[in-house]
Design a protein around this ligand. Sequence first.
Ligand code: GLP
Length: 241
Amino acid sequence: MATTQLEVVDDEAALARAAADIVSDIVAANPDAVVVPATGETPLGLYAELTARRDTGGFDPSRLTIVQLDDYLGLDPGDRRSLFGWMQRALLAPLGITDGRVRRLPADGDPDAVASFDRELAQAGIDLAILGIGENGHLGFNEPPAAADSDTRIVDLTPETIAANARYWGRAEDVPARAITLGLRQILASRRILLLASGAKKHGIVRRALEGPVGQDVPASFLREAGAEVTVIVDRAAWDG
Ligand code: GLP
């Protein structure tokens, strides 16, 4: 059963530093780690902090393998909304991680390709998953209701997620309606999980995930039953509301 540690920090800058301390320690102990990094706004400070530490010799990402967490479905190559593109801009390019070290989700969601993606991932295992939380409790794009043993798959995004993600792209009409996500089974099997949340808008869902009933209606609540060591870092606004 998981051990869940909660760290409440003052603000987003402190969250980035606290998360970077944990990621740096994990990577120092295991330079070949397989890492799943969330996109979204919450981890951007962490990725900037890791880039700064890499530049001063405090963090070496050169041997990591990066596994994609989620993406919209049906986008043309080069579409500005691609979450793979987001990951490249926020993390891979700044850290100098080349395509050869990245396992990309099958962009067309082909079932055979998805099944072999999961098989290969199960063999390697995920050493560290860096996650955000949706305002509806999703991890990646595991929209509620999501079973703890759900595999990597195509999902229809809920109206809540489409509304929440409209802030990235301008309007709800610009948010693709379908997505592909790593399954909760794959995420929860990670050896370490870091969940990050900041801002008052995450207050309600953070409390539900950590203190409410564990179940499919709040996929992030399953973190409390994961085999992994789970660290939750939230800023005061997310914790206190
Ligand atoms: C998005 C992504 C998730 C992300 C979460 C929170 O929809 N699919 O991977 O972690 O929702 O996003 P943000 O950090 O921008 O609040």
